[in-house]
Write a protein that binds this ligand. Structure first.
Ligand code: OGA
Ligand code: NI
Length: 363
C-alpha cells in the first residue's frame, strides 16, 4: 500500500482537464455561441426531468437543539432515525453554527466571485491537482460539462490545508472559512455520534473516524437561453460519509432523487442540508443509503452553495462495520480511505452512486 508521511495529505488524488470558466462564459454574450454551449446541453434532461409535484413531499427537519436536550433527545433521535433510514437527506435547524460565522462566510464567498477572473484564477487548480478553482471529473474533450465553477479545498485536519489554494481576497476569506470549517466539523461529529447511538454502536466507530473535511464551493451562473437543457451539477451521490450543505444565496436548485423523480429542496432560513454519502452507506452495510442528487440552474439568477464533505481519515478503513454486520453478511468490500479516495477521484465523469457500486460484493 502507498503510505503517506505523517502530517501530509496524499498528493496522488489526481487532477482534472482544464475547461472554460463558466462564470466568465455566462457573462460574455459574444461567447454564448451554439457550438460552445453545445458542450453543456444535456439531451437526457428532456427524458429524465420528472419533478415530484410541488408541495407533495418535504424532506424531514431535525432540530439539533432538541437532540442536545436530555428531555427531548429521544423523540428527536427517532426522527433522525426515520430521516436516515427513509430519506438520506434532511434539513438541520438550530445546529449551533453561529449566524455571524455563516454570514461572514457567505459575504466572502460572494466577494470572491465578484473579483475579476484574473484575481479568481490566482487560486486556479494546477495540472494534476484537484484543489483550487476549476472543475472536477473531466477527462475528455468530448464529454458534456456542468454549468458551474468549483473551488475545492481541504479544510480539516488543519495540517492538510494548502493555503496557496485558499483565496487571499477578500482579505477575511481564510478566517471566515476556517471558522465555518471548525463549526461544521463539530456539527458533523455530533450528528454522526447520534447516528451511532441510534444504530446501537459505539460513538468512536463512526464519529471519530471522520477526521477529514473538504469543502466544495459551487458557483452556478444563470443562463437565460439554456437553463432548462443544462445541468449545474450532474446527478451523483457524495463519496464522503456525511455532507453539510449551506446555500449561500436564496435561489433554489438542489434536487434529490426520490422514487424515481426529482424532488426540489429549498433550505429553510438558517438551515443546513445534511445528507448521507457513499462511505456511510458502506460503513453501515447499507442500513443508511446515500441518495442521488443534482443541481439545476436558474434562468436569471446565479446560485452559490458550499458543501462541507466529511470523510474518514486516509488510514482508516471504509468497509461494513463489524458491529453492524454481526452475524450477517457484509455487502461491501473493505478498503483504506486512501484507496477509496483514489478510486473516487479517478472517476472520469460524475454520475450515479459510483463508490457504492464499485465496492459492492456480488453486484
Ligand atoms: C455537492 C452538491 C448541491 C448544490 O457539492 O456535492 O451536491 O446544491 N451540491 O450545490
Ligand atoms: Ni453532492
Amino acid at each position: 500500500m502507498e503510505t503517506t508521511e505523517a502530517n501530509e495529505r496524499p498528493k496522488i488524488l489526481g487532477g482534472c482537464m482544464k475547461t472554460r470558466n463558466v462564470q466568465a462564459l455566462a457573462a460574455d454574450h459574444n461567447m454564448l455561441m451554439a457550438d460552445i454551449l453545445e458542450r453543456y446541453i444535456r439531451p437526457e434532461m428532456a427524458v429524465d426531468d420528472v419533478l415530484v409535484e410541488n408541495g407533495s413531499e418535504e424532506i424531514p427537519v431535525i432540530d439539533m437543539s432538541r437532540l442536545m436536550d436530555e428531555v427531548s433527545w429521544e423523540e428527536e433521535a427517532s426522527k433522525l432515525k426515520f430521516a436516515c433510514e427513509n430519506w438520506g437527506f434532511f434539513q438541520l435547524v438550530n445546529h449551533g453554527v453561529p449566524e455571524k460565522v455563516i454570514e461572514e462566510l457567505k459575504e466572502d464567498i460572494m466577494g470572491f466571485h465578484d473579483l475579476p477572473l484574473e484575481k479568481r484564477e490566482e487560486v486556479a487548480q494546477l495540472p494534476g491537482d484537484l484543489e483550487g478553482y476549476g472543475q472536477a471529473f473531466i477527462a475528455s474533450e468530448e464529454q458534456k460539462l456542468d454549468w458551474a465553477d468549483m473551488l475545492y479545498l481541504f479544510t480539516q485536519p488543519p495540517h492538510f490545508r494548502n493555503y496557496k489554494h485558499w483565496p487571499s481576497q477578500p482579505p477575511s476569506f481564510r478566517d471566515s472559512l476556517e471558522n465555518y470549517s471548525n463549526a461544521t466539523q463539530k456539527v458533523a461529529h455530533c450528528i454522526l455520534g447520534f447516528m451511532a447511538t441510534i444504530l446501537g454502536i459505539k460513538h468512536e466507530t463512526i464519529s471519530e473516524i471522520h477526521e477529514s473535511q473538504s469543502v466544495r464551493i459551487n458557483y452556478y451562473p444563470p443562463c437565460a437561453n439554456g437553463h432548462d437543457k443544462m445541468i449545474g451539477l450532474s446527478p451523483h451521490s457524495d463519496g464522503c460519509g456525511l455532507t453539510l450543505l449551506l446555500q449561500v444565496n436564496p435561489v433554489s436548485g438542489l434536487q434529490i432523487r426520490r422514487n424515481g423523480k426529482w424532488l426540489p429542496i429549498m433550505p429553510l432560513p438558517g438551515a443546513l442540508i445534511v445528507n448521507i454519502g457513499d462511505a456511510l452507506e458502506i460503513l453501515t452495510n447499507g442500513r443508511y443509503k446515500s441518495i442521488e442528487h443534482r443541481a439545476v440552474i436558474n434562468a436569471k439568477e446565479e446560485r452559490i452553495s458550499i458543501a462541507a464533505l466529511h470523510a474518514p481519515g486516509f488510514e482508516k478503513t471504509v468497509g461494513p462495520l463489524a458491529e453492524i454486520v454481526g452475524e450477517g453478511t457484509p455487502l461491501f468490500k473493505s478498503v483504506t480511505m486512501l484507496e477509496y479516495a483514489k478510486l473516487f477521484f479517478s472517476q472520469k465523469q460524475l454520475y450515479g452512486k459510483k463508490m457504492v457500486e464499485l465496492l459492492k460484493l456480488n453486484p
